[in-house]
Ligand binder design. Structure first.
Ligand SMILES: Nc1nc2c(c(=O)[nH]1)N[C@H]1C(S)=C(S)[C@@H](COP(=O)(O)OP(=O)(O)OC[C@H]3O[C@@H](n4cnc5c(=O)[nH]c(N)nc54)[C@H](O)[C@@H]3O)O[C@H]1N2
Ligand SMILES: Nc1nc2c(c(=O)[nH]1)N[C@H]1C(S)=C(S)[C@@H](COP(=O)(O)OP(=O)(O)OC[C@H]3O[C@@H](n4cnc5c(=O)[nH]c(N)nc54)[C@H](O)[C@@H]3O)O[C@H]1N2
Ligand SMILES: [Mo]
Length: 765
């Protein structure tokens, strides 16, 4: 009998021989370089590696498929603007080993599902389209034409276009993303969930309401010039290593840095710039001037305490708030202050878990500086009160007049390398009407006005059999989403699941009745079409659009570009009734850009401006104090203190990334900066919490989450004593996604609350 979808969706529960050392205080430096080169040299020849590194993030080279951190406008290192984890991302994609019909004939879907994610990822690049027919145990080769036909047939036999779900991960270029959403809208639905729904959706919501743009307001240059940078809920040493170079520069210019995080993340505490050989010898720069070991989800409480103290001082002596800014550029000050006055300073500070001494240090830095930047990532966005978290930070910036001036503003640090660009060009299940109108004016069809499914809604719809086809442009849906077992049932209810992918992943193994794997070119590979070699473009975390051009020959001659896949499917599905000339777009990406320029604001003269080696900035009102909000001003907001309480045995758990992973892609089994080697099934716990539960280091435990009466369990985790605040714990994603309830998500943004999962820890014997 074949295994159930749920069995296949779970990560295998065996251990891999944990070694656990004292975490280092320093990040990057020689060890990082050595680690990257060792890892990369396993899959690629070293000459190729060095040729590649000299092209990563260089003007005219290709955009690193890792994170979305921007490149300096000028002054790029001759070594290549790269980092250890960028190199790993490239090695993962640019490997020589490929898998095709032989591999799938040898291994059944059930067998592959028993491999760990690490093993699955190491199998090689997908080299040809594969098809799993109903009831079959093995994928078999299929031609592109047949594959397109199968997708078209399934889509065209649905009762309604709304029965299909079209997911996007954030590596897709602007050109492919624009065409994809165009196809989906012409097909007739707005069901465009994307990874952003699980990522910075709460940032987009909070910033649009308060500052009139769902993106950050600062440039890299602002970071160099800031007097104070707060890095909240973010682990840049692992996830945005090149950000540390910017923080170092800020530090050297006299700026102060505060890290607010339950964990003393190594990169935040001390950093050695791998591109500065002198620093390698002298031992690195101290990055954070103050480290705030906040309790998980203690951020609203902490910032309320800061706001209350500022208000108190403003009332006593004045000149604390920036009245010129508040009077001329903001709305809602009075009601915000009225609400703030209802809170008590001591209650707030207590709820944040921060000592008075550390609070005072941060308070004085905020009081005495006006050029303040706040950077944040998943530590703030993946809570039920995520939108409030971010709005509260904005309140602070508004009081200080720290928006829309040099060295000050908001900096949500994006994840996937083009997640921001995908949203800009229309990957949005609830796109604004103005955008839909422009599509209609340009192409002559009426896009659906109805809001489509976000990730959470899509899972529910598939579970309830309201959605029957799942199509994924990149990503690894089953492993990335919350509530793994429920999601597995949802996927297996579909008639057809399709993935456009570079590498094999678990989502190819938890399928609908039929399934397709459509292998595509990666960023690093040359993209030849009828009109010659194509370039594409992406937008980084600071709203700069740049070109990206592959440098390697494709790893197989059976790959298509994402653009070609989307155009092929659109052509097969919509046929001659389509208003769009899909094949012309496929043959010449310049035509796509010409039309993006007509439809999307800020892309005027796209093709020409893309040849500017540093790319171009998209318009950003908040950067210039032009707030595109309902009041045309920056809005203060009213945010409640979160009301969660732990019962006796409960802990609050955050699900985080190790140093050796990119989301669900597991590069290796180490988390070097946290002292963990060769194991991922671990739970970081405070020593007192361990003592209370009579737990030893490395003891094997079972984890349980109970949410609204439903119990979820995860087996086999080893306990690691760690410097983490009391009542808090941490595990790695995706192993612990099984514990994250589908119904626990950020209010209004629907980001799964994967950083505040309430659990209990159980001894095995
Ligand atoms: N190498 C590598 N790079 C990546 C990725 C990757 O997996 N690997 N992923 C990419 C993607 S898609 C994203 S979104 C980003 C993610 O980048 P991050 O957001 O840095 O990633 P996480 O591991 O989720 O880390 C969250 C951090 O927030 C802290 N934290 C958790 N809860 C709280 C809280 O309640 N309050 C505060 N103040 N802190 C909290 C955690 O201790 C941790 O340091 O990285 C991108 N870059
Ligand atoms: N519990 C918990 N869950 C989380 C998070 C968390 O912190 N905790 N973080 C969330 C966040 S922030 C995010 S962004 C999501 C990530 O969710 P996803 O974006 O869905 O997941 P990834 O692991 O980034 O996707 C990896 C797969 O993408 C494919 N791929 C890689 N490059 C390309 C390419 O160039 N083109 C195509 N077509 N495919 C490619 C490969 O096949 C690879 O297996 O996960 C979310 N899930
Ligand atoms: Mo993300």
């Amino acid at each position: 009998m074949s295994s159930s979808a749920q069995d296949k969706a779970k990560t295998p529960e065996g251990f891999t021989k944990l070694k656990f050392k004292r975490p280092p205080k320093n990040s990057a430096g020689l060890a990082a370089l050595a680690s990257a080169v060792t890892q990369v040299s396993k899959y690629m020849n070293l000459n190729e590696v060095f040729r590649l590194t000299s092209k990563i993030n260089q003007k005219g080279g290709f955009d690193c498929p890792g994170c979305a951190w921007p490149d300096p406008d000028d002054d790029r290192s001759s070594l290549g603007e790269f980092c250890e984890n960028g190199l790993k991302a490239i090695a993962e994609e640019a490997q020589n080993k490929t898998i095709g019909s032989d591999f799938f004939a040898e291994h059944s879907v059930d067998q592959l599902a028993q491999w760990t994610d690490f093993e699955i990822g190491k199998s090689g690049r997908l080299a040809q389209p594969m098809y799993l027919s109903e009831g079959a145990s093995h994928y078999k080769a299929i031609s592109w034409e047949e594959a397109f036909k199968k997708v078209a047939t399934q889509l065209n036999t649905l009762d309604s276009p709304d029965e299909a779900v079209f997911y996007t991960s954030g590596r897709t270029t602007n050109e492919a993303a624009f065409l994809y959403q165009l196809f989906v809208r012409e097909f007739g639905t707005s069901n465009l969930p994307d990874c952003s729904n699980m990522c910075h959706e709460a940032s987009g919501k909070a910033l649009s309401e308060t500052l009139g743009i769902g993106k950050g307001s600062v440039t890299l240059d602002d970071l160099y010039k800031a007097e104070l940078v707060l890095v909240v809920g973010q682990n840049p040493g692992t996830n945005h290593p090149r950000m540390l170079t910017a923080l170092e520069k800020c530090n050297q210019n006299g700026g102060k840095i505060v890290a607010i995080n339950p964990l003393p993340e190594a990169g935040l505490i001390k950093f050695t710039n791998p591109q500065n050989p002198f620093k390698l010898l002298t031992g690195g720069t101290k990055i954070a001037d103050v480290f705030v070991p906040i309790t998980i989800n203690g951020d609203v409480a902490f910032f309320k305490a800061i706001l209350l103290r500022l208000l108190e001082l403003e009332n006593v002596r004045g000149s604390v708030f920036d009245w010129e800014f508040i009077d001329n550029h903001t709305a809602g000050y009075e009601s915000f202050i009225e609400d703030l006055n209802r809170y008590n300073f001591n209650d707030c500070l207590k709820a944040s878990g921060v000592s008075e001494e550390i609070f005072d240090d941060v308070f004085h830095l905020i009081l005495n500086n006006d050029k303040i930047i706040i950077c944040w990532a998943m530590g703030l966005t993946q809570h039920e009160n995520a939108v409030d978290n971010i709005r509260e930070l904005v309140n602070l910036l508004l009081l200080k007049g720290s928006v829309g001036k040099e060295g000050a503003g908001t900096c949500p640090v994006r994840g996937h390398s083009n997640v921001q660009g995908d949203r800009t060009v229309g990957i949005w299940e609830s796109a604004p009407q103005a955008f839909l109108d422009k599509i209609e004016a340009k192409y002559g069809f009426k896009p659906s006005k109805k809001h489509g499914y976000s990730v959470i809604d899509a899972i529910r719809a598939m579970h309830e059999k309201k959605a029957k086809v799942f199509f994924g442009l990149g990503g690894n849906f089953i492993s990335a989403v919350p509530d793994t077992l429920y999601a597995a049932e949802a996927m297996s209810n579909c008639n057809l699941t399709v993935h456009v992918s570079t590498k094999l992943n678990r989502s190819h193994l938890v399928t609908g009745k039929e399934a397709l794997i459509l292998p595509c070119l990666g960023r690093s590979e040359k993209d030849y079409q009828k009109t010659g070699l194509q370039i594409q473009s992406v937008e980084n975390s600071m709203g700069v659009v740049t070109s990206t051009k592959g440098v390697l020959e494709p790893c197989s001659d059976k790959l298509l570009s994402e653009v070609a896949v989307v155009c092929g499917i659109a052509h097969a599905t919509l046929g001659s009734s389509s208003k769009v000339n899909w094949l012309a777009y496929r043959d010449n990406y310049k035509l796509v850009r010409d039309d993006i320029a007509e439809v999307v604001t800020g892309f005027e003269d796209y093709n020409n401006r893309l040849y500017n080696p540093s790319g171009f900035y998209l318009p950003n009102g908040a950067r210039f104090r032009k707030f595109n909000t309902s009041t045309r001003k920056a809005n203060f907001s009213i945010n409640k203190l979160p009301e969660w309480k732990l019962k006796n045995e409960e802990l609050i758990m955050m699900t985080i990334r190790s140093h050796d992973q990119f989301n669900t892609t597991i590069y290796g089994l180490n988390d070097r900066y946290r002292g963990i080697f060769n194991e991922r099934r671990i739970i970081f716990m405070n020593r007192d919490d361990m003592k209370m539960r009579n737990l030893e280091a490395e003891e094997v435990v079972r984890l349980k989450s109970i949410f609204k009466g439903v119990t979820r369990e995860a087996h086999n985790f080893k306990v690691i004593p760690y410097d983490i605040p009391k009542n808090c714990c941490a595990t790695y994603f995706p192993e612990s996604n099984i514990l994250v309830p589908l119904d626990s998500f950020a209010h209004t943004a629907k980001t799964p609350a994967s950083k505040s999962v309430i659990i209990t820890v159980h001894k095995i014997s």
